[in-house]
Design a binder for this molecule. Structure first.
Ligand SMILES: [Fe+2]
Ligand SMILES: [Fe+2]
Length: 239
């Protein structure tokens, strides 16, 4: 397990799982109202809690957000809501209606497309992105003051890679898609009539940091990376 500050006050907590050659990353934004993006699976909770405690008192956590309803995104949600009495889930309206308000110990703050969550110095704009990276309820968060896109499963790549990279992240995604997402994981990335437009909308935000759930955080031309990702997904998935 590793803890790295990948942007000011933004910490990446990473666990490499050798059996599947994949990292699982959570992001803690240590603002006045601290936000955790992705909880990790329930099995990871004790270790992620330890890492969060190195940065803040975990009971201060205020917001627990994630893209879509899967265990690596929100499996440990209720563990966090238990250790942090003021914490609330943050997700899309669809996520709240379909799963989170039933599953979670407390109701979610459900965000509509374009809505902003302020945590003190940071402003998180919520973007509704159905089926990007996957799932009907998917959304992503863009932290506007620092230009960080919390991009969930976009750009997923395998290996026990460095916390931060400035080199190409689309090539490793392509490789993972071709080599590792056959078999039972084929179909992880749907390609819908809205996929290209959604990725272009993300590119237009011109992020400077792309915080990936699986793989290195990318620092650099996020707009270019998202345009390249759109092209790769069109080529590999649209057919
Ligand atoms: Fe996912
Ligand atoms: Fe994931």
């Amino acid at each position: 397990m590793a803890l790295d500050e990948i942007a000011p006050d933004t910490y990446r907590i990473s666990t490499y799982v050798p059996e599947i050659n994949l990292q699982f990353n959570q992001f803690l934004v240590a603002d006045d109202e601290p936000l955790l993006y992705h909880t990790g699976m329930r099995g990871l909770f004790p270790r992620v809690l330890e890492e969060v405690a190195r940065v803040i008192d975990p009971s201060r956590l205020r917001w627990v957000s994630f893209s879509h309803f899967e265990s690596d995104e929100c499996g440990a949600l209720n563990d966090w809501l238990t250790v942090a009495p003021r914490a609330e889930p943050v997700c899309s309206v669809v996520g709240a209606l379909v799963s989170v308000n039933d599953f979670a110990l407390r109701p979610a703050r459900a965000l509509g497309d374009g809505e902003v969550l302020e945590t003190g110095r940071r402003r998180f704009r919520f973007l509704q992105t159905p089926h990007v990276p996957h799932c009907w309820e998917a959304g992503l968060m863009f932290e506007e003051t620092g230009g960080t896109l919390l991009c969930s499963d976009l750009f997923t790549h395998t290996g026990d890679v460095a916390p931060v990279t400035s080199s190409d992240v689309v090539g490793p995604f392509r490789d993972a898609l071709v080599a590792d997402f056959g078999g039972p994981l084929a179909g992880a990335y749907p390609y819908t009539p809205q996929t290209d437009e959604t990725l272009r909308r993300l590119a237009a935000l011109r992020p400077q940091t792309l915080a990936l759930m699986h793989g290195s955080t990318f620092v650099g031309d996020g707009e270019g990376a998202l345009r390249d990702l759109a092209a790769a997904m069109r080529e590999l998935l649209a057919a």
